[in-house]
Design a protein around this ligand. Sequence first.
Ligand code: GLU
Length: 449
Amino acid sequence: MNSIIDYIKIRDPNEKEFHQAVFEVVESIKPVIAKNPIYTSQKILERMIEPERTIQFRVPWIDDQGEIQINRGYRIQMNSAIGPYKGGLRFHPSVNLSILKFLAFEQVFKNALTTLPMGGGKGGSDFDPKGKSDREVMRFCQSFMSELYRHIGADTDVPAGDIGVGAREIGYLFGMYKKLNNEFTGVFTGKGLKWGGSLIRPEATGYGNVYFASEMLNTKKETLEDKTCLVSGSGNVAQFTIEKIIELKGKVITVSDSSGYIYDPEGINKEKLQFIKELKNVKRGRISEYATKYPNATFTQKKENETYNPLWDHKADCAFPSATQNEINEQDALNLIKNKVQLVSEGANMPSTPEAVKIFLDNNLLYGPGKAANAGGVSVSGLEMSQNSMRLSWDKNEVDRRLKDIMKNIHKTCLDASKQYGYSNNYVAGANIAGFTKVADAMIDQGLV
Ligand code: GLU
């Protein structure tokens, strides 16, 4: 097992996020490998860490000043053992191969946990939609799709949104795909409701994370009622996490974006959440405006070279990191413990560093890792694919009911797998073991391809 870690370090020395995601899985599945020598003889792990296909391409476009801009586009088709490649596109200046490979790798396990037939992939660009006009975003998306279209398809690879890719971008990308291929198919998820999208898809990641957290609390006969919650981020995942927590009578006191965070001791109510939605989804403004509108709240600007994030240093019961990878470091985790937080449920992908995860586990926190806790988003994507294939659409209650069932099921699967291999209520080990065995067994069934 350790040789795999040395192997990827030598082969891809600069991909530190990818190493981090692989190390976590390798650690968790040691007892599975020990009990099932076929995984070693079939070199399953070695095969899983190598993407089936990596596509990298040039994305040239013209900005509003008439100047030519060049970005990089990517799609990692990681694993198709249990279904077509499936996973979001991320548009953010930090995007590179390491980040996309870690996201694609995690997606394989996450998608396996959903029980739906989806393989794993991820893609995106170092393009930054922040501050760009709608026309610039459209030109960029069209150029991006003029290459990507030949690599994807409803039964091949089905992209969706992620950071920087929301309803607007999916609309432009889908429109260009439809034009180039001369076909209207379910090649994307997260589509607009009027053109093949599913009800509850925008809500799914946030709602699903809160359903997962409620399941974890339920093991201690507790609920979210009257619990004080820390939420980071203010995008799609954070917004609907807050919405569901309010509905379940919890109190959310923080929200953030890349410029800093808001602390609102009175709690974010429905009206304030509506303000955040309009600010972020329509005006595309900065979160500091919340403190101007609601003066009892304070805005703390993000400082360069911060050693810890003050957002995680408030007295609370639960934390829902919903911004980005590695947003909770060792010091943040120690602060959460000091402030008596008893539950961390990850809306973002890999928001906690390995040091932070160790602290959560050593302190017996209810800790839901992203690949289990935030699987609600891709689950409803899977339901969107089903509805597209059947050419019908389910109502809100139907999709929400299925989402709830899936999250309950993922929670149980994690606990069962963790127990089976001698871990005590360890959701990290459980998610990795259950995801790994499902994909590994499918790979063995299908031969060396
Ligand atoms: N980007 C989301 C994730 O990390 C959703 C992917 C999808 O719906 O395909 O799971």
